[in-house]
Design a protein around this ligand. Structure first.
Ligand code: ADP
Ligand code: MG
Length: 236
């Protein structure tokens, strides 16, 4: 009944604007293949975190999303499971151009996201590659040539690879900007804007951020349409 959902929003200090499907309060009711649900159970998780509860139905229905929530709220799985399901629905390209692209501010964060992705890859056959600066290009190029469906990247190195045609973004239809506020603090805005110009406009876009300053709002306004806004706790 409605009370359960009202309680969910109050308890989690959550608000949602725009398209607002009912939150998914348990893994059982999540619209995921059963192999994915068993991995969630195997990882020892009991139930979705608040942001996952609300982000999953939004992202699974193909909508754009802004998620504003503190560190530690479980944002990675909030975008990664719908992303992997999205990738699994595409034909595998011979050159392995990515279908899912996640931008993150640092190498460490990109690698953490890839680790989460790898926990679930067995259930989808999606191959992920991590791309970041401050390390030789050759090993990353080799990984890319082996093929990928999911690319997790810091903006600077990704733009290099796009310009030198190591990576082709024509097939990207699921784009995530993770830790958008931090990426902008680190000065990545020009690279992010250039990268997005290579991506088809009919993609699905989601953006996650711990804070919601003007610059991040502007980026969201420029690159997202009709999106749901989820705000959690005292994040703003
Ligand atoms: P954020 O990106 O919001 O900072 P993360 O995605 O890094 O958060 O997740 C924070 C921690 O919560 C990680 O250790 C992760 O394994 C754990 N976690 C994620 N989802 C769940 C869940 N549904 N139940 C319990 N723990 C979870
Ligand atoms: Mg995170």
């Amino acid at each position: 009944p409605q009370e359960i959902f009202d309680q969910f929003y109050v308890q989690n200090e959550m608000s949602i604007r725009g398209f607002a499907p009912r939150p998914v309060l348990s893994f059982d009711e999540a619209p995921f293949p059963s192999q994915m649900k068993s991995i969630l159970h195997r990882l020892g998780y009991q139930r979705p975190t608040a942001i996952q509860s609300q982000a999953w139905p939004v992202l699974m229905s193909g909508n754009d999303l802004v998620g504003i929530a503190q560190t530690g709220s479980g944002k990675t799985l909030a975008f990664m499971i719908p992303g992997l399901i999205h990738a699994a629905g595409q034909t595998i390209s011979r050159h392995g151009d990515p279908v899912v692209l996640v931008l993150a501010p640092t190498r460490e964060l990109a690698q953490q996201i890839q680790n989460v992705c790898n926990d679930f890859c067995s259930s989808t056959n999606a191959r992920s590659v991590c791309v970041y600066g401050g390390a030789p290009k050759q090993p990353q190029k080799r990984d890319i040539r082996h093929g990928l469906e999911v690319c997790i990247a810091t903006p600077g190195r990704l733009l290099d690879f796009v310009r030198e045609k190591t990576i082709n973004l024509d097939r990207v239809t699921y784009l995530v900007l993770d830790e958008a506020d931090r990426m902008l603090d680190m000065g990545f805005e020009p690279q992010i804007r250039k990268i997005i110009r290579y991506i088809r406009p009919d993609r699905q876009t989601s953006m996650f951020s711990a804070t919601w300053p003007k610059e991040v709002q502007k980026l969201a306004d420029d690159f997202m349409s009709n999106c749901s806004h989820i705000t959690l706790g005292k994040a703003v």
